[in-house]
Design a protein around this ligand. Structure first.
Ligand SMILES: *Cc1c(COP(=O)(O)O)cnc(C)c1O
Length: 380
C-alpha cells in the first residue's frame, strides 16, 4: 500500500464542487487582491473562531513579523521562543531587530518547557512567543502568568493549532494576539500562501492592518512605511469554502490518532504522543519517538509509507544560529528529540485500513530489531 504523508488531493475531491465554484467566482469578479472575498473570510473566521479582529495577510511568517513590529519590539530587545519549532518563530524576532532567546522543550509535549522560562527573562525581555506545536497547546496558562508577572507581551503562534483548546478555550485567545498560517498542509490550508493575525485589541488590529498594507488603511494615505502582505482573493475564497468543514476534519484527525493509539499501544519501540489534561489536541502532526528513528523511517519508506521529521535539527543547533554560540548541551531535550521524533502520516481522509497498515509496518520493524525498553525521560 502507498501511504503519503498528507493527501491534499483527497480533501479536494471531497469538496471539489465548492472549491471550483469559489475559484470561478473570484475570476469572474476579477477580485484578485483585496475585495470582498478577503473581507468575507476575515468576518467568517472571526465568528467561527471567537476572535474580535482578524487581519488577513500573506502568510504565517509575516503575521508574526507584523505583530512584533507593531508591538514595538526591536533593537536591544529579547524575545523568548522554543528551541524546537519551525524557524518562523525565531527568524521573525531577528527580522524585527530583536534577539531570539531559546528555551528547551518538554520531552512529552515537545513544546516550550515552562519551568525553564523564568531563568531566561532579563530586563531586555519584551515578549514570549508561545508556539502550540503539532496541534497541542503549550502550557499556556503558566506562560501567561509569567508574562503577566514580568509585563511581557504574550504572542501565540497557532500555525499548527487551529481550533486546539486548553480548558475549553481556543489557542490564540490567551495572549495579546496570535498568528495563524494557512499554508496548504496546515489543518486549515489554502491553495498557496496565506496567514492571519487575530487579536481582541482594536488599536493593535488597526496598526497591524495598516502596516501590512504599506502603512495605509485608506489608499494613498500612508501614515507610515509598511510592507506588502496581503491574502489574495482566491486564497480567501478557498479558505471560506473550507471553513465550514474544519471542525469535522479536526474530529477525523482526533479519531485517526485514537486508531494509531489502538494499534500501536503497548509497544516498547515507539513512544506515542502524550496529551495534556484538559486540552484538545488537533493533531496537525502525529509525532512518535523511536530510538532507531532513521532505520524505522527507511523501513516505512520501503513499505510505501511516507514520514517526515519535524524538525531534524533544533533551532539553536542550526547554522543560522551559530552566532549565538550555543552548544547542543544547552538544549538537551530538543537535541535528543531531533534524533528520535518521527511524524507519521496524518490527515482526515486516512482510513482505518491505512492506519492499521502503518502500525503493522512499525510492529514488523520492531520485531526485527529486538526492541529494548525505551524511556521518554523526564522534564529537566
Ligand atoms: C507553518 C508555520 C509558520 C509559518 O507559516 P507560513 O505560512 O509558512 O509562513 C510559523 N510557525 C509555525 C510553528 C509553523 O508551523
Amino acid at each position: 500500500m502507498k501511504i503519503p504523508f498528507v493527501d491534499l488531493k483527497a480533501q479536494y475531491l471531497n469538496i471539489k464542487h465548492e472549491i471550483d465554484s469559489a475559484i470561478a467566482k473570484v475570476i469572474d469578479e476579477t477580485a484578485f487582491i483585496g475585495g470582498h472575498f478577503v473581507k468575507d473570510f476575515e468576518t467568517k473566521f472571526a465568528e467561527r473562531y471567537g476572535a474580535k479582529n482578524v487581519i488577513a495577510c500573506g502568510n504565517g511568517t509575516d503575521s508574526l513579523y507584523i505583530l512584533m513590529k507593531m508591538l514595538g519590539i526591536g533593537k536591544g530587545d529579547e524575545v523568548i521562543t522554543p528551541a524546537n519549532s519551525w524557524i518562523s518563530s525565531a527568524e521573525t524576532i531577528t527580522q524585527a531587530g530583536a534577539k531570539p532567546v531559546f528555551v528547551d522543550v518538554h520531552p512529552y509535549y515537545f513544546s516550550m518547557d515552562e519551568t525553564q522560562i523564568e531563568n531566561k527573562v532579563t530586563e531586555k525581555t519584551k515578549a514570549i512567543i508561545a508556539v502550540h506545536l503539532q496541534g497541542q497547546m503549550c502550557a499556556i496558562e503558566k506562560i501567561k502568568s509569567i508574562c503577566d508577572k514580568h509585563h511581557l507581551h504574550l504572542i501565540e503562534d497557532c500555525a499548527q493549532s487551529h481550533f486546539s483548546e486548553y480548558d475549553n478555550k481556543r489557542a490564540g485567545l490567551f495572549g495579546v494576539a496570535a498568528s495563524f498560517s494557512f499554508y496548504p498542509g496546515k489543518n486549515l490550508g489554502a491553495y498557496g500562501d496565506a496567514g492571519c493575525i487575530i487579536t481582541n485589541d482594536d488599536a493593535l488590529a488597526d496598526k497591524c492592518r495598516m502596516y501590512a498594507r504599506h502603512g495605509a488603511l485608506i489608499k494613498h494615505q500612508h501614515e507610515m512605511e509598511g510592507i506588502n502582505s496581503r491574502m489574495d482573493g482566491m486564497q480567501a475564497a478557498i479558505l471560506s469554502a473550507k471553513l465550514p468543514h474544519i471542525l469535522e476534519w479536526t474530529e477525523m484527525r482526533v479519531y485517526n490518532a485514537s486508531l494509531y493509539e489502538k494499534y500501536l499501544s503497548g509497544m516498547d519501540e515507539v513512544i506515542l504522543p502524550h496529551v495534556r489534561e484538559n486540552t484538545v489536541h488537533t493533531y496537525h502532526l502525529y509525532v512518535v519517538r523511536a530510538q532507531k528513528r532513521d532505520e524505522l523511517m527507511q523501513y516505512l519508506k520501503s513499505r510505501g509509507i511516507e514520514t517526515v521529521i519535524h524538525y531534524p535539527r533544533a533551532l539553536p543547533n542550526l547554522p543560522a544560529y551559530h552566532y549565538l554560540e550555543h552548544t547542543p548541551g544547552d538544549f538537551p531535550v530538543a537535541t535528543r528529540l531531533q534524533n528520535e521524533i518521527l511524524s507519521l502520516p496524518m490527515y482526515p481522509e486516512m482510513t482505518e485500513d491505512m492506519i492499521r497498515y502503518v502500525a503493522g509496518a512499525i510492529k514488523e520493524f520492531a520485531a526485527k530489531n529486538s526492541p529494548k525498553t525505551f524511556h521518554a525521560g523526564t522534564a529537566q
